[in-house]
Design a protein around this ligand. Sequence first.
Ligand SMILES: O=c1ccn([C@@H]2O[C@H](COP(=O)(O)OP(=O)(O)O[C@H]3O[C@H](CO)[C@@H](O)[C@H](O)[C@H]3O)[C@@H](O)[C@H]2O)c(=O)[nH]1
Length: 359
Amino acid sequence: MMARPFGTQNGPAQRIERVLITGGTGSFGKTMLKGLLAEGVPQIRILSRDEEKQDALRAELRDDRVRYYIGDIRDPESVERAMAGVDSVFHAAALKQVPSCEFFPHEAVRTNVIGSENVIRAAIRAGVRSLVCLSTDKAVFPVNAMGLSKALMEKTALAAARSLGDTADTTISCVRYGNVMYSRGSAIPLFVRQIREGRPITVTEPTMTRFLMPLRDSVALVRHAFAHANQGDLFIKKAPASTIADLIEALKQLFDAPRHPVETIGWRHAEKLYETLASAEELARAEDMGAYWRIMPDTRDLNYKPFFSEGDPRTARIEDYHSHNTERLDVEGVKRLLLSLPEVQGALQDSGRPLALTA
Ligand SMILES: O=c1ccn([C@@H]2O[C@H](COP(=O)(O)OP(=O)(O)O[C@H]3O[C@H](CO)[C@@H](O)[C@H](O)[C@H]3O)[C@@H](O)[C@H]2O)c(=O)[nH]1
């Protein structure tokens, strides 16, 4: 194992008193929030733009430990207001839809890059102990504006961590995860709707692969980062992948529609055949933590000596970690994973398919 470039670990035993979740009304934010409430965290703040979503959450939870802040991470004042007195921050607010970022890249920059920098600066100023920033596999070798802006968020977080060093009050880390299964607007709920409405399933490219990660695993990854981060670390969770063809086949079998028509529509713009969670260069300075990788920060400075006389020979021996070379689930494996999702269980029950029949 490599020596750690920076010092002490957060330690899982640290008590959380006041948490801020940016983008707290999204699926990640809500799941994290409910977990923290169940653990008895005294105060959790939600910072988001949409008052209607906050109102729905308020009505659902009826818990005065949750404090609602209307604001936008693009506006430093609204971030500072929500940040005062907070000890832990989960930064989930983002523009994350590939097509909208593609057409409005400057909006992606304003939220994902400048907004994230506002969150980072405010967290440092407020003396927050731990800030975890959420990123995506699309930030590695990015080809679309969403991924590019998230890559810049990662670099902004890393630059702040580097200049803070290991003695600072604030520890900044990032996590990266792939497609969250059944997330709003994604392919799985679309395929389920197409099956249930008797419309053809639209496949872009059957051999494309994607990492498959249930929401619960993305929350566990963030918790892992929170508990173990040293200054500037980035964590990923090892995850299986499948082809889109096998994913569709698994859904057809689960929903008892073996002959449901599938129409090939071709690639959407700005997408990749496979996604990469970690590059070889990153894995050369990573610690294998079993289910997770800890990627330690590159602490080389602007003395370019390492590039010219002290290169790193390990990188050449390591492969990138991507959805073509990770554990590949077959149709049965995808079915098992799908069946563990509450959303799939609900959809099966709604369509009169008791779980016992599908297991
Ligand atoms: O009608 C469709 C739609 C999608 N796909 C394919 O299904 C896979 C998954 O698509 P989708 O669920 O839209 O995920 P991605 O395009 O990989 O991006 C998702 O995952 C990102 C996180 O990595 C989020 O930021 C995006 O909002 C979210 O759409 C891809 O291979 C698509 O080409 C199809 O075959 N048919």
